[in-house]
Design a protein around this ligand. Sequence first.
Ligand code: PDD
Length: 297
Amino acid sequence: MYVYLNGKLVPSKEASVSVFDHGFLYGDGIYETMRVYDGVIFKLDEHIKRLYRSASLIGLTIPLETDALKISVYETLIANSLRNAYLRLTVSRGRGALGLNPELCPEPTVVIIAQKFKEYPKTLYQNGISMIVSSIRRNLKEAINPQIKSLNFLNNILARIEAKRAGAYEAIMLNANGELTEGTVCNVFFYKSGVLYTPSLECGILDGITRGTIIDLAIREYMKVKEGRFTKEDIYSAEEVFITNTTLEVMPVSKTDKSEYNIGNVTKLLHKAYRKEVNAYVADVKAEEPSIWGLNI
Ligand code: PDD
């Protein structure tokens, strides 16, 4: 396996980062997770755009132009001969002396890891996952804005530990006002009385790329969609609940700490529509940009 490290593709055993890297020392950095379907990176432009936004929000200059970065991502994929893959693009502040000052780090560290995509068990999609409402509150957007997809993931990890201890798969966090936000690695939707609901960006969440796609698809399917401020009671009284992210796509939730749900028609329909969207996207990219997705960069 080859890993992209600061402009070079190196065997994974040689892909090491300094113990003085501020990503390691302080969680100072950002990342994106992408999914590759049949050799095409789904929504690459959106992921790259969000990476640059995260960089800008932490005052980090990515040492590559967007096109060069996109080519590097594809080159990593191709070097590993992968067609269905998981991609992780990380940019840390880089190596520097001890201390918080970002100016101690002259060069950011850029890493791209491509791995074969390991499918989630089908039974999870058939039976749904369990989710708790965590006692850990989501970072205040005025403190560490969840729109920064940062390496500093302790907030989410604490909620995930709580979920694990409770025997649950995921945890949804509330914000400081007690409003629903998001899961530890996903966005959350619920359906009730003919309306699809999801917490709005103002609640302090990552604007998930999958979330955006699902909202568009639901509108296209003539569903009523409401982004807003909701409480845990709203989720407990919902008819259907599901979570979304790049790797899970649409995953049904069958129970929370207080309620149980059927894997309903809305969840099934939206997952089907998402799959169709992925297929159409892959076909479009192959038709329009053979030089990018193919092997002849
Ligand atoms: N996580 N919210 C959080 C906190 C996330 O970490 C993620 C993604 C999402 C969904 O975003 P998207 O739909 O763009 O994948 C929401 C990725 C998968 C990760 O951490 O690897």
